[in-house]
Design a protein around this ligand. Structure first.
Ligand code: F3S
Length: 402
């Protein structure tokens, strides 16, 4: 066996701790063997996906219940991905009592294990902010991409269960993006157009993700990108491909420190973003729901939304998704009141993809997120319109996509 464990890790595996720590270590060791890891590395945080009752169903809930009843406890900071509903305002979303009961039970199960019920895919906006070079075990694909690329932390694209096991054991097998040699880009993406809006970065991400699949792209030609722009770019690449790490010349931290291109790499030319906008748009014009906040909206996005909605009333439902903590800060600043004056609803703890929107009477959705536009058709059976925030808000005001 190539994988070497420390004395403490071996004891955990031998069952000298709790039964759940043994189980967690068994899963991590199996993973380590599959990926040829030589050792485990300590992690500073975990982010656990697979929280929505819509995804987990009763089988997943039973598994987690048993795991927690066997004494499973996380030993590091562990936060949760969005759940299937706003944990406070689920009735306003139209969620059934049956679904709500099961979802609340799931959150309690995670809570019993010591996992924070943060219920967001942007934990890095609310205090789970890994430092440059820190090893972590995160499972939400857009969050993994952000942590690796924008923060310079190190995570593989974990599953919900492997991230939970790592949170219990405090370690993860050292392979993939934990190692320097796998963090260099094998694709150089020469961007000849100027993406400006979040939807432009989403469209770019969609195109590049399709081309590089699970590779590491290195972007050249992007002069300006806000944190929000990068969040949209990474989320779309993680959806259309399986990109978990990217570099942007002169912008992302590793690319600023050293050459992050491999010795040999493939060139990709991006002349315009049409391919992304075309692929993510269906032909529908009547919009049932406008959904913003994938990944969860930041304070600056909420500000932008409030500005765009000033003096307007929505005709079609407009839902904005964010984390509970960001919503609370925005409430104190009067932002939520301003946004909701238009008839918009700001929901926390959930999102348009992991909530059961297909059971809530919606058939068509407009969004400014490439990731949401990618998953809503296959995952929720929606017909989608994808475009800028301004276009989405106009669709909410008129009920139509113009
Ligand atoms: Fe987050 Fe849901 Fe989008 S988990 S990245 S808002 S699909």
């Amino acid at each position: 066996m190539k994988l070497k464990l420390t004395k403490k890790e071996q004891e955990m595996l031998d069952g000298k701790g709790t039964a759940s720590a043994k189980k967690a270590m068994e899963i991590l060791v199996a993973l380590g063997k599959i990926f040829d890891a030589e050792r485990m590395v300590k992690i500073s945080s975990a982010q656990i996906s697979g929280v929505s009752y819509k995804n987990l169903g009763d089988a997943g809930r039973e598994f987690l219940k048993e795991f927690s009843e066997s004494g499973a406890k996380v030993k590091i900071l562990a936060t949760l991905n969005p759940s299937g509903m706003d944990l406070k305002s689920w009735r306003e979303m139209g969620i059934s009592k049956k679904f709500a009961k099961k979802q609340i039970e799931l959150i309690r199960i995670f809570g019993k294990m010591g996992v924070q019920a943060s219920c967001t895919c942007t934990p890095y906006l609310i205090g789970n902010v890994p430092k440059f070079g820190e090893h972590i075990s995160w499972s939400e694909s857009s969050a993994v991409s952000y942590a690796n690329s924008v923060l310079g932390a190190r995570s593989n694209r974990e599953s919900g269960i492997s991230a939970l096991c790592s949170a219990i054991a405090g370690v993860t097998p050292e392979y993939g993006y934990h190692l320097d040699e796998n963090r260099k880009a094998k694709f150089r993406v020469n961007v000849k157009t100027k993406p400006k809006k979040d939807s432009d970065f989403s469209a770019l991400g969609y195109i590049v993700g399709k081309k590089v699949k699970n590779g590491v792209p290195y972007f050249r030609g992007i002069r300006n990108a806000s944190f929000e722009n990068l969040k949209f770019l990474g989320a779309a690449m993680a959806a259309s491909g399986a990109v978990a790490l990217y570099h942007v010349e002169g912008i992302t931290p590793e690319a600023k420190k050293k050459n992050m291109l491999s010795e040999s790499f493939e060139e990709i030319e991006i002349e315009n973003l049409d391919e992304g906008y075309d692929a993510l748009n269906s032909k529908v014009n009547e919009i049932d729901l406008v959904a913003i906040g994938c990944p969860h909206a930041s304070l600056s996005e909420l500000n932008e939304i409030a500005k765009n909605l000033k003096g307007k009333k929505v005709k079609t439902k407009l839902w904005v998704m964010t984390s509970r903590k960001i919503k609370e800060i925005a409430e104190k600043r009067g932002l939520i009141r301003k946004i909701e004056a238009s008839g918009t609803k700001v929901f926390a703890d959930t999102c348009m993809v992991v909530s059961p929107i297909e059971d809530l009477g919606f058939k068509t959705v407009a969004t400014n997120s490439g990731k949401a536009a990618f998953y809503l058709p296959s995952y929720c059976g929606m017909k989608v319109r994808f475009g800028s925030l301004e276009k989405c808000i106009s669709a909410a005001v008129t009920g139509k996509w113009n």
